[in-house]
Design a protein around this ligand. Sequence first.
Ligand code: PLP
Length: 353
Amino acid sequence: MTDHKWIDLRSDTVTRPTPAMRRAMAEAEVGDDVYGEDPTVNRLERRVAELLGTEAALFVPSGTMANQIAIGLHAGPGDELICDSRAHVYVWEAGGIARHWGVQARTINPHGGLIGLDHLRDKIQPDNEHYVRTRLVCLENTHNRAGGRVHPFESVCAISEWARAHGLALHLDGARLMNAVVASGVPAAEWASRFDTVSVCFSKGLGAPVGSAIAGPAELIRRAHRLRKALGGGMRQAGVIAAGALFAIEHHIDRLADDHAHAQVIADAVERAPGLSLESGPVETNLVWITVDPEAGTARQVADRLRESGVLVSALGPQTLRAVTHLDVSREQCERAAEAILRVAEGLAARAG
Ligand SMILES: *Cc1c(COP(=O)(O)O)cnc(C)c1O
């Protein structure tokens, strides 16, 4: 699928390791990480903790596992977490909240916006035997399904103060935290300091083939080791993949600005294309969520026609498309994709008219 003839904008997970990253992986020093003896994994975990300003971090196979471990750290059977109704933890983690931990989710629909303190104030259940115990709030930054938007930092600070004042834990799904860092100029450690735990993905825009981490206080990360083992995430000579993640941290953070600029090229075309619009307003990072006007056709039709032009996007709803920029698509390829989007939209509009 992902060979050179395609401009693959389906996701930032489709990137393949660069030759330099592959060399770092091939040369990685390794040991048995379940024994704590993989020097490359240990180095990565120290590096992530340093980047996020936390006491400790734990390398895990996926962002889903990082989020699920966080939920297991903060809540248990009969507890409740609060999250956006479009949150990855709720929508795209195979019901893990309920199936692993017996936790129920209270979802909030911020009507196209992002969760702010005003959505949360009245959501803590009373301390009374009739009610579930409200334990945890999960935020997502950048917010994938909300158009890759960045939470305003002041809003996160206000939520954090409120959560602390009410004894609630706060977890950040930071699968794309580095995109938020680059787009906002707020350092990773500033964001992280507002949360109890933070997950980050190396396999999205950072371009590593595998891996995520959960970061937080040493005591929580000690407990996280046991939850990782319980979920089957204890890996052995994991330094081979940790080396890819380390390489990504050292070389692929600043260049996320290119992905954001390339997303603007796609977004400009969408705004000019008849029958297409940006689902969540102006694009802030590398995710472009697109609404297809039913008069023009379906998302599937648009995606199929783009594929005929060599451009791959995801149809993620009857009228919803997503195009994502990443390190395996150049500016020139994004310009070609933008032209294809305009051409396809004009073709469908001419037919509909
Ligand atoms: C991709 C993603 C994750 C984790 O996904 P994995 O495929 O399990 O690594 C978590 N949160 C968000 C917002 C994501 O986009």
